[in-house]
Design a binder for this molecule. Sequence first.
Ligand SMILES: Cc1ncc(COP(=O)(O)O)c(C=O)c1O
Length: 350
Amino acid sequence: MKDPSAPAPHAPASFADIRQRIAKIPRVDIAIKNTPLQEMPNLARHLGGPRIFIKRDDLTGVALGGNKLRNLEFRLARTMSEKPDVVIVGLDLQSNSARQTVGACNKLGLDTILVLEGTRPDVVQGNLLIDYLLGAEIHFARDRHEQRSLLDSLAADCRAKGRRVHILNDNPMFDVASALAYIETLMEMQDQLQTAGVKPTAFYMSSSGKGAAGFEIARKLFGGFAIHSVTATSEFDVPSRTAGIANQTCEALGLDLRLTPSDITNFGGFVGARYGVPSDAGNEATRLFARHEGIILDPIYTGKAAAGMIAHIRENRFSRDDVLVFVHTGGSPAVFTWNQLWTGGASHRP
Ligand SMILES: Cc1ncc(COP(=O)(O)O)c(C=O)c1O
């Protein structure tokens, strides 16, 4: 593991310089930013390890919140430059990203068509329920191949009716937007931690590359802390993907900085059976956050990332003088999809 106290491996950068560079990139105002950073003393006491803080990026304000609203400020600014009236996007059946995209498009006065991979369940719950409530037109695709052809045929139908269409999957800002947003989030957290008089040892976050790319750029630029991203999928080689997105983002910012896969600390051991299926460790972490701190995670992304952090604390990787920051990236509507996980078992604190 990297030494978190190591200085910035790149020439030191100032927050002001990086903020100025980000400010040159087109953006629309959608998310509530400066989300709270809170200490979790009960959970820390229960685990008997370091101090733990949580960044409440589940409270970004639109359609039940989450990390994507920050990204959508950059993605949809690019979209709006094409002056569309309808956005079409292909995502997973229970995608948090889909829910937040529809909410953000509603704020911008755009219609949304979702092409979700999977079949419509008998009982509509979680993110899918919110997608309907938000008024998206929803189609289902058996696999990625069918999803892509549906995206194209629906776009062609809309154009034939005289509509101006933007397919969000083809947006060149798709990945870079997330990295930009999370460089900014990291600076925001550092300001909040400094106000609290606290120096972080490591940040934990669920990411399969996009948000982590932003955090890893910030680590290279500012130094003094470790980034521990935890992936919820085995679909990608996450370190290569993260470094690739980080490098596109550095280019977009005009930064003379490049990352390689060896720069990335990503933990792939907490996926469980596979993407989209809860794991015992993730469910335990979700219960611990709920019962000790009243914070609702989700069993697909944040619960698994929290399981990674908890496992590392239990392995005594940190001392009581260390400070961990867990970034809650949202996703809590999934607890309703997996309702049977929470109703059985002990009603007291585990
Ligand atoms: C709740 C939640 N956390 C984390 C992530 C991972 O984000 P990324 O891989 O874009 O950094 C997602 C992605 O959909 C998510 O929905």
